[in-house]
Design a protein around this ligand. Structure first.
Ligand SMILES: O=P(O)(O)OC[C@H]1O[C@H](OP(=O)(O)OP(=O)(O)O)[C@H](O)[C@@H]1O
Ligand SMILES: Nc1nc2[nH]cnc2c(=O)[nH]1
Length: 185
């Protein structure tokens, strides 16, 4: 069944706000401060994970006041669905060389972690000097890839399907300024 704008409006109207905009912005301030403290002198390459990471990247980048470069990659395992298979589909790889660079991978959410694990492995294989990661949201559960955690984290949410600040509901609602959980999910 295709998703209609009316359905999307209803999902938003019925959703539970888990983290309001002000709290997300405050979390972004804290992340930027920590990243600045660690990376200000390392000429880092920030890799935005499309599509979900684009909103977090936009907000975070304007808070980083030091020399850095930005590139993006597109790797997905959900492809618009609410659950994903284990296989990671690479749609676009970074065009900038990662060799000997300090790389910061930036995504919207760390859930089970297969996406981030695959991306980190790729960065190391490409010869990055240091590979760090950041996510705006961490989902609280025990299904994560063992031992995987981001270096910089915004907020933690309960184990529900969330959208907003880049995260989609069936490819919609990425533009919602708050983190919401779909009713019943
Ligand atoms: O930790 P995981 O369980 O692997 O899930 C996290 C990933 O899932 C989402 O991407 P998705 O594949 O849905 O693509 P999108 O960014 O286009 O929404 C999100 O943006 C993360 O990249
Ligand atoms: N939009 C969205 N994408 C995800 N990818 C993994 N978990 C989630 C989630 O809860 N919401």
């Amino acid at each position: 069944m295709s998703v209609t704008p009316e359905h999307v409006k209803q999902v938003l109207a019925e959703a539970d706000c888990l983290v309001p905009r002000e709290q997300v912005e405050a979390a972004m301030d804290r992340m930027a401060e920590a990243i600045t403290g660690d990376l200000a002198d390392s000429n880092p390459l920030i890799l935005c994970v499309m599509t979900g990471g684009v909103v977090a990247a936009g907000h975070l980048l304007t808070r980083l006041h030091f020399p850095l470069q930005v590139d993006y990659l597109h790797a997905t395992r959900y492809r618009g669905a609410l659950t994903g298979g284990e296989e990671l589909h690479w749609l676009v790889k970074p065009q900038t060389s990662l060799k000997d660079r300090t790389v910061l991978v930036l995504d919207d959410i760390l859930d089970e972690g297969h996406t981030l694990a695959g991306i980190l492995e790729y960065c190391r294989e490409e010869g990055a000097g240091q590979v760090l990661s950041a996510a705006l949201v961490l989902k609280h559960h025990d299904r994560r890839v063992p031992g995987l955690m981001v270096d910089y984290l915004g907020v933690e949410v309960e184990d529900r399907y969330v959208f907003g600040y880049g995260m989609d509901y069936k490819e919609y609602l990425r533009n919602v300024p708050g983190i919401y959980a779909v009713k019943g999910c």
